[in-house]
Design a protein around this ligand. Structure first.
Ligand SMILES: Cc1ncc(COP(=O)(O)O)c(C=O)c1O
Length: 399
């Protein structure tokens, strides 16, 4: 099928289809487990002439499975270009270090994944790159934080773990009228739930480890781009200048696993979104639960915005019990749902954000991020919702 036709397919068809292997006629992708590729005079001359991606050279520079995964991500994100990396954090680091230099400034939402926050708050500062943290739902504070050195506005499409939903139109407008590149981490939503590039975001980040892979069995990251602000070859620049030099390529096997994951993304997410809504409604009327955060609930502060921006509300939700001890009792007594780090897999996973993912962040900063000790984050899997409700009810009855 021609690329143009492929681009016009509906999302589910785009996710399932990729061209078969010409040599073997295999409809499953072959895996190229090789760190190096045979040169010949023709290849040698192409490389010397500057043609690098189209020829395979060395595993750290890229591999055929990575390229195939990137093509598929271009399709489902509606991107013009894409770069796959070893993990979600590698994608965030490569994108930011590719975009920024010493003296530059970032405006970032208070609520992002903990390692992202720490990288902006500590690591980038070592290189003279400063960040101002704001609540992006307060548009005036975003405008106020922008200065002449601001190069990037950064937020998550559904924030981890507060479930805050950004106003894409307003934030993109503020950023672009100041020539600022908008970077959005779409990990919590996945491209099935929202495609930030369709809303004018310049760069989208995915931890493919999560919903894209979908089975808790492979790490990977994605940087996808569609931008009038960045040069068209920006992705190739950061592939060679940043990713290759930093040594963070996606392994061939992980690229193969993640490509397979994409094929079932729509059916998994359809079910996960439904289950998340069922759990959110159940938890909302549970007497041991103080509060539930889910964009699909009327009580969510950005529910109207979420309805406008997302056809579905995602597979992630957060609820709060009285304190950290109660949260631990609940999670330690779940039998069907897992008490584990990570999210987006076929099994329901739960964690206590304050003392797991955000353990290294100070309590004061956690409060700014809206992260409380009794919060429990749930990533819905594919189990029957009735069994999950019974599992949570049994564990909640112990507090
Ligand atoms: C929102 C978000 N972004 C990025 C990451 C980092 O992804 P990875 O663990 O694949 O490096 C995570 C990890 O949990 C995440 O939740």
């Amino acid at each position: 099928m021609k690329d143009e036709k492929r681009k016009n397919l509906k999302f589910d068809s785009k996710a399932i289809y990729y061209p078969h292997d010409k040599g073997s006629r295999s409809i499953g992708a072959p895996i190229f487990m090789s760190s190096s590729f045979q040169y010949g005079a023709d290849v040698y001359n192409q490389v010397v002439d500057g043609e690098r991606k189209s020829v395979n050279i060395y595993g750290r520079c890229g591999n055929p499975n990575e390229y195939q995964f990137e093509e598929q991500m271009i399709m489902i994100e509606g991107a013009d270009a894409c770069l796959a990396t070893a993990s979600g954090m590698a994608a965030i680091s490569v994108a930011l270090f590719g975009l920024l230099k010493s003296g530059d400034h970032i405006v970032c939402d208070w609520t992002t994944y903990s390692s992202t926050h720490e990288m902006l708050d500590h690591r980038l500062t070592d290189y003279g790159i400063e960040t101002t943290f704001v609540d992006t739902s307060d548009l005036e504070s975003v405008k106020k934080a922008i200065n002449e050195n601001t190069k990037v506005l950064y937020f998550e499409s559904i924030a981890n773990p507060s479930m805050k939903v950004p106003d894409f139109d307003a934030l993109v407008d503020i950023a672009h009228s100041n020539n600022i590149v908008v970077v959005c981490d779409n990990t919590f939503a996945s491209p099935y739930v929202i495609r930030p590039l369709d809303w004018g975001v310049d760069i989208v980040i995915e931890s493919a480890t999560k919903f894209i892979g979908g089975h808790n069995d492979a790490l990977g990251g994605v940087i996808a781009m569609k931008s009038n602000l960045l040069p068209p070859d920006f992705m190739e620049q950061i592939r060679w200048n940043t990713m290759v030099k930093w040594g963070s390529p996606l392994s061939p096997f992980n690229a193969w696993v993640l490509l397979r994951g994409i094929q079932t993304l729509p059916v998994r997410l359809e079910r996960q979104c439904k289950t998340a809504m069922i759990l959110a409604e159940h938890f909302s009327s549970h007497d041991k639960i103080k509060r539930v955060w889910y964009p699909g609930l009327d009580s969510h502060p950005q529910h109207e915005l979420a309805k406008k921006q997302m056809p579905k509300f995602g597979g992630m939700l957060t609820f709060e019990v009285d304190n950290g001890d109660d949260a631990l009792t609940v999670l330690d007594n779940l039998e069907l749902a897992c008490f584990a780090a990570s999210l987006g897999g076929v099994r329901t996973t739960t964690q206590i954000p304050a003392t797991m993912a955000f353990l290294d962040i100070s309590e004061e900063e956690r409060q700014e991020m809206g992260i409380y000790q009794g919060m429990i984050r749930v990533s819905t899997g594919l189990e029957d919702p009735d069994d999950l409700i019974a599992d949570f009810n049994a564990a909640l009855s112990l507090i």
